[in-house]
Design a protein around this ligand. Structure first.
Ligand SMILES: Cc1ncc(COP(=O)(O)O)c(C=O)c1O
Length: 395
């Protein structure tokens, strides 16, 4: 059999570390252990009934089963604009400032190719969602690390970037509420981002994958920042907000020149999302958002229960303000990987090692709030029996 070597672009893609971890968890389960899996990023709750009803209804109309328009349906783009107005007070032109994406992952991986040329730079947060690097790799772009440090509450400090790198940069990815750190953005951080991007002609891509899951006030949209539309776009996903991860639907919203490039790119690659899914997304955005507030409250209850249990075993870390992730330092003597292995082998608790999210993730693990309170507390109790943390001594 002939062997066709992968292209340079495929070779540049980062290793599939998450798949390897899933395999290892699978083999511990296959050995008969009750593994508490807190490593994944897939919501455990179901899509709200009114959204499912809209999907079913749309499927029953035969005209919805044909090719959708190349750039998606205008009614959905209008719903996105109405939603941004009512939720964030941001005015959007549905005709020129919204592109429909087949999930924000598709947008992230495609975006560098739409704006950045080979050899130009893409600034990626570290720790950050790994697909930003995949997007840069496919574009032949040069990845520039933006360290997100605990002492800065995991918010960007652009002074940490090398000035030559900044001159090379064409795109900047950011993500708040953050995967993996759980940090939420401040108005000041977004203002500094606009000023930095404006000064250096960098296109900001703010990934709002966890919009609506915020515990310290409403989620902030990057587009609420003055001048944001001038320098970039926001990716808004329905996957986590409405438990619609399997639907594959999200939006790019903002700067019309960037939206136009995405639309052109997508016209060559896809014929937009299945029309019944576009109807379901329209209903999700246009309906009362109580289901989102309830979902956020559920994650908050889990977060509080987890931190109550962590406190009892002496494991201290930053309390997340949003997303469904908790970012915790590993005890001394461990690396992210050795601690992850230790927890899986000795406590049968699966977490994600921090270095999967970049060099600055080393020394941390990520725990997902994707299990009910009993399982979260049970996981921490099991970890507590390993006696790895110092508990406060009563006076
Ligand atoms: C930060 C971040 N961005 C984007 C995505 C992809 O979301 P979508 O389902 O919209 O492709 C995820 C999924 O876990 C994520 O954590």
């Amino acid at each position: 059999m002939k062997h066709f070597a992968p292209s340079i672009a495929i070779d540049r893609l980062p290793d599939p570390v998450f798949a390897e971890l899933a395999q290892r968890i699978g083999s511990v389960k296959a050995a008969g252990h009750d593994v508490i899996t807190l490593g994944q990023g897939t919501p455990d709750q179901t899509t709200p009934v009114h959204i499912l009803d809209a999907l079913r209804q749309a499927i029953d109309d035969a005209s919805n089963l044909q090719y959708p328009p190349f750039r998606g349906h205008d009614f959905l783009k209008q719903a996105v604009a109405n939603f941004y107005e009512s939720e964030f007070g941001v005015s959007i032109d549905p005709a020129t400032e919204v592109a429909i994406l087949l999930g924000s992952k598709a947008g992230i991986v495609a975006l560098p190719q739409t704006i950045v040329n080979p050899g130009e730079g893409v600034i990626v947060p570290d720790p950050g969602y790994p697909d930003y690097l995949s997007g840069a790799a496919l574009a032949g772009a040069y990845p520039i690390t933006l360290p997100l440090l605990a002492e800065n509450s995991f918010l960007p400090d652009y002074n940490l970037l090398d000035s030559l790198d900044v001159e090379r940069a064409r795109m900047l990815f950011l993500n708040y509420p953050s995967n993996p750190t759980g940090a939420t953005a401040t108005a000041e951080a977004f203002e500094q981002t606009v000023a930095f991007a404006d000064a250096h002609d960098i296109c900001v891509v703010h990934d709002l994958a966890y919009g609506g899951i915020s515990f310290d006030g409403p989620t902030r949209s990057f587009l609420q920042t003055e001048g944001a539309k001038n320098v970039g776009i926001e990716l808004f996903s329905l996957s986590k907000r409405f438990n619609m991860s399997g639907f594959r639907i999200a939006f790019a919203i903002g700067n019309p020149s960037v939206i136009a490039s995405i639309e052109t790119y997508q016209e060559h690659l896809y014929v937009s999302a299945f029309t019944p899914i576009q109807h379901a997304a329209t209903v999700a955005l246009s309906s009362d958002q109580t289901c989102v507030r309830e979902l956020s409250a559920l994650y908050e209850t889990r977060r509080d229960a987890l931190f109550g249990a962590l406190n009892e075993i002496g494991w201290v870390g930053p309390v997340p303000g949003g997303s469904f992730f908790v970012w915790l330092p590993v005890p001394s003597g461990f690396t992210s990987q050795s601690f992850t292995d230790h927890l899986l082998d000795e406590a049968h608790v699966a977490v994600t090692p921090g270095h999967f999210f970049g060099t600055y993730g080393e020394g941390y693990v990520r725990i997902s709030l994707i299990a009910d309170v009993d399982r979260l507390v049970e996981a921490v109790k099991r970890i507590g029996t390993l006696q790895l943390f110092q508990t406060a001594v009563a006076e």
